[in-house]
Design a protein around this ligand. Sequence first.
Ligand code: C2E
Ligand code: CA
Ligand code: CA
Length: 277
Amino acid sequence: KASREPYVQFRTQHREELQRRQRIEEELRRALDTDPSQLEIHYQPIVSADSGTLVALEALLRWTHPDLGSVPPTEFIPLAEQSTLIDKVGAHVLATACAEVAANPQLRQVMLCVNASRRELTNGEFLRRLSETCEQTGMDPHSLCLEITESALAPLDGGLLALLRHIRALGIQISLDDFGTGASSLSELYRLPVGILKTAKAFVDALEEHPSARTILSGIVDVAHAMGVRVTAEGVETASQAATIAAVGCDLAQGYHFGRPKPLVEILTEDPVIPST
Ligand code: C2E
Ligand code: CA
Ligand code: CA
């Protein structure tokens, strides 16, 4: 009998996991449909690597459920991405973040970065959603940036490439997120209409221990700059990392060292370096 226990344990764990996933999906759908106050957008500063001036804000979704408590996006986003639920999530974040940021004239010079998943890009309505949201919220498309992970673009077919070009034609920037972890990497960059490359956190993490990480980062910066593409280093947690990424020529920086994601009101009242012109 004892020999069966690990299996039974496994089955129970597996069942509980499936139940939690199902619950999260249901509750997230319910929150979006009937109680969006459970959802809040936090904004993380993206600053100029050499001066520390605020350049952009990345919108990151936060969800606090009355019973489940705070559910991290690393849990609910991948779940939502398995169905059309991600469309609802993405539309909510885009509309809310655009409205919140556009309502603050002091953020006129600050770019808003919103994450987009592959499923949203390919749903056939994405382009219309973008232009309608900008129109309805008063968001200037030139101040909007979409963060798309390198892996979300693979495989890169003609339709997806055309969509990216249409997004650019609206004036919206594209930032290639988590760059360096996916399959395309530098060899495909010339095909993509991206203005910003955001290197995976792993590069910054490795800086202290592996001198070669600095060399690789520096190489990415050189290639990106040769193509007129700016580079953001994300996950900068220490002053020494901040100094290194600035020294190798990264244009922008993001990470706990510069500021954690927080509600917009806190950004507006706490951060002293909002450009005024
Ligand atoms: P991401 O787009 O790569 O966002 C960066 C994540 O790193 C965020 O986690 C942020 O809070 C965290 N981070 C920022 N600076 C540091 C740092 O210095 N150290 C460490 N350890 N972490 C840092 P978060 O907010 O938990 O989001 C996780 C992921 O969930 C995001 O990764 C993104 O892929 C996804 N996500 C969040 N909101 C949305 C959304 O509205 N739409 C979509 N499609 N995905 C979203
Ligand atoms: Ca991102
Ligand atoms: Ca990222």
